[in-house]
Unconditional design. Structure first.
Length: 278
């Protein structure tokens, strides 16, 4: 019997995932958090745009950069929610600010957390808390739908928990919604609640726990064209000014939208037709 139990125990040990071992944080500036099993994967090549190529978001850029510099230098800084129009550079700004801060001699790591993995955030923070490094914890496209309970995992991290956010971790999130939940969900819960004023307070209060709210609005046509001109100058693409303008306006008209993402997509096509590799 004892021998059988020993064999069963050995089999269970082989089936269980290996214990998490913290990666070498010196090996990369960016990491991706994965679960099943828990691990931090180093990202050696980060997809990002230079800070000076982000046009039309000057106030948000300056505010987030100053906040990040304060954190990197060991001073007080706020968690930030970047919300607003699609394709206007919310996630690009986070990555560009991180690159700029690192390029200026500050040691700062960025860790991306997928929205689906929010329930594991406390485990991730326990690993980051033990490190000597400072971390930006970044969640892109953060939002919550009907019956979504993931938001509860973040509330204590942002503010209010006994342990709270580690001193060496700052949380940045992007969302198309300021209150992180769809308008119809707000209306439905308000109309069916016994106390309408408190029906959505728990979920809406999550966004209130971000010290910085940075809004991103649709760009003007001049800003759209300035973005494209900036890309042309940065990558050495030379095109007649009037042809560039007419082609860029036609491109955004066919897309039915005008944003930083549309400007980049037009430039990628333009660079390809001009024989310029990116």
């Amino acid at each position: 019997m004892a021998e059988d139990l020993s064999r069963i125990a050995d089999a269970l040990d082989r089936m269980s995932p290996a214990p998490f071992s913290a990666p070498d944080f010196e090996s990369a500036e960016a990491f991706l958090w994965n679960v099943s099993p828990d691990r931090l994967t180093p990202i050696t090549s980060i997809s990002r745009v230079k800070l000076d190529l982000l046009i039309g978001i000057n106030r948000s850029r300056d505010t987030l950069l100053q906040n990040t510099l304060q954190f990197a230098q060991g001073f007080g800084a706020n968690n930030a929610l970047l919300w607003g129009a699609r394709g206007m550079g919310k996630s690009s700004l986070v990555k560009a600010v991180h690159e700029h801060v690192c390029a200026n001699g500050h040691l700062l790591k960025i860790v991306e957390l997928q929205r689906e993995d929010l329930p594991s955030v406390s485990r991730l923070l326990n690993h980051l808390r033990a490190s000597k490094h400072r971390f930006l914890l970044f969640c892109d496209d953060l939002s919550f739908s009907h019956d979504d309970q993931h938001y509860k995992s973040l509330k204590a991290v942002l503010d209010g928990g006994i342990e709270g956010r580690p001193e060496n971790v700052l949380f940045y999130a992007t969302s198309n919604r300021r209150h992180l939940m769809p308008r119809d969900m707000i209306e439905n819960e308000r109309s069916s609640a016994i106390n309408p004023s408190e029906a959505i307070e728990e979920k809406v209060s999550l966004s209130d726990r971000f010290g910085l709210w940075l809004g991103f609005h649709p760009c003007t046509q001049d800003e759209y064209l300035d973005m494209i001109n900036g890309y042309c100058a940065a990558y050495g693409v030379s095109v007649d000014t009037e042809i560039l303008r007419s082609d860029a306006i036609e491109w955004q008209a066919t897309r039915g939208a005008r944003s930083g993402r549309v400007a980049w997509q037009f430039f990628v096509d333009l660079a390809g037709r001009s024989g310029v590799s990116l």
